[in-house]
Design a protein around this ligand. Sequence first.
Ligand SMILES: NC(=O)c1ccc[n+]([C@@H]2O[C@H](COP(=O)([O-])OP(=O)(O)OC[C@H]3O[C@@H](n4cnc5c(N)ncnc54)[C@H](O)[C@@H]3O)[C@@H](O)[C@H]2O)c1
Length: 432
Amino acid sequence: MKLCMIGTGYVGLVSGACFSDLGNDVICVDRDLTKIEDLKKGIIPIYEPGLDELVLKNYRNKRLRFSINLKDSIAKSDIIFICVGTPTKKKSNAADLSQIFNVAKEIRASISKFKIIITKSTVPVTTGDQIEKIISQKVSNKLFSVVSNPEFLREGEAIRDFIYPDRVVIGTNHNKSNKILKDLYSPLISKGAKYINTSRRAAELIKYASNAFLATKITFINELANLCEKIDVNVDNISIGMGLDKRIGGRFLRAGPAYGGSCFPKDTRALAKTADKFHIDLSVIKSVIKSNENRSSLLLKRVFNLLKGKVKNKKICFLGVTFKANTDDMRDSSCLTMIPPLIKKGAVINYFDPTGKKNEFKKFKNVNFSKNINSAIKDSDLIIIHTEWNDFKSINFKREVQNKKFIIFDMRNIYSSTKMKELKIKYFGVGC
Ligand SMILES: NC(=O)c1ccc[n+]([C@@H]2O[C@H](COP(=O)([O-])OP(=O)(O)OC[C@H]3O[C@@H](n4cnc5c(N)ncnc54)[C@H](O)[C@@H]3O)[C@@H](O)[C@H]2O)c1
């Protein structure tokens, strides 16, 4: 099939590469010229395990192409996936749909034969109706159908998640589109993915409901971790004990820093705002948002306590700064909330991240990037394990840290506190 991905970011590039690998002809379009030029030279703009091989392989065999020419790319394709960003609006919690609607206007100027137009971006319920309205102002309804096909991939596991999804959700009442899309996804369905055809609005809501539920699970265990800290109970035991119940499940039930990333924070806010529009109070989700916003201040308070309030000139090392492991994505990472107050109090921050130096810290004088773990931790008073990269799981702290009074605050509970006690290392986790 001939596909066009509009927006070549985490979702557009991964989906485009995977669809081309499944034998389709794919054009990935972006308005960012540098990104497209880089991709044509084999430079992959994001860190995602396995993505570079997949892109290069399919680019070489000409099933995957890159372009900035939207009009031409739409004309050459039968199925158009909208994969542009839907960030939070600047002055409200609602999703900013300007990129979506701009693309809809560009699409309507380029349709001369039947096209299936799919929102893969996460969009509030009824956005598909609005896209349809925009396009139908200039194009006959017979020449297009607007479908919702939300994407559930996780950064860091994106290729596996795309190829082996739990489910493929297709929101459309248009039989022809449903049949074509079932064919498109048949290689994934034959590997076990469940195919669900719903109304367009239901598909849009399934995506938000799923993300909000996962965010709720994380927040639930994070709050229980706070209780565990007061009663000498290890929250990891609670996670295991609860998670073994098949009705609950153990995933997304590990205590840690505030959830972050490009999806959960903005999607929970957008869902609550959408419900407000319909005069429905999603009070559970609203309290999840509030609790998560408080989480970083709570962990910061613990950092201050661990340093007995003496933060000035203390050398604090962050191991990992992205919102989770196996991605370079800094969007809404909790360390962006925690680091500025620490510098304000006079701390000197060193950080190491396997995906390299981050532009987000350029503006801070006292935030330095170290090229490897050992140089990052060497002089530290406090080491904060912020992200659960495998690289951080077997560090010989005793050997590498010169300051013998160093403290470890492990926000991911990677290490065994018993072992740390045996090694006489001052070690603190979350929820224990
Ligand atoms: N990142 C994830 O893990 C993930 C997972 C599932 C769903 N989503 C959703 O998918 C959507 C995209 O997310 P992302 O993380 O891939 O975003 P991204 O910011 O990485 O990529 C979006 C791309 O769209 C391009 N773009 C914007 N307007 C354009 C236009 N008019 N023409 C061509 N290109 C244009 C941008 O230049 C950018 O490269 C969002 O709605 C997000 O919520 C993201």
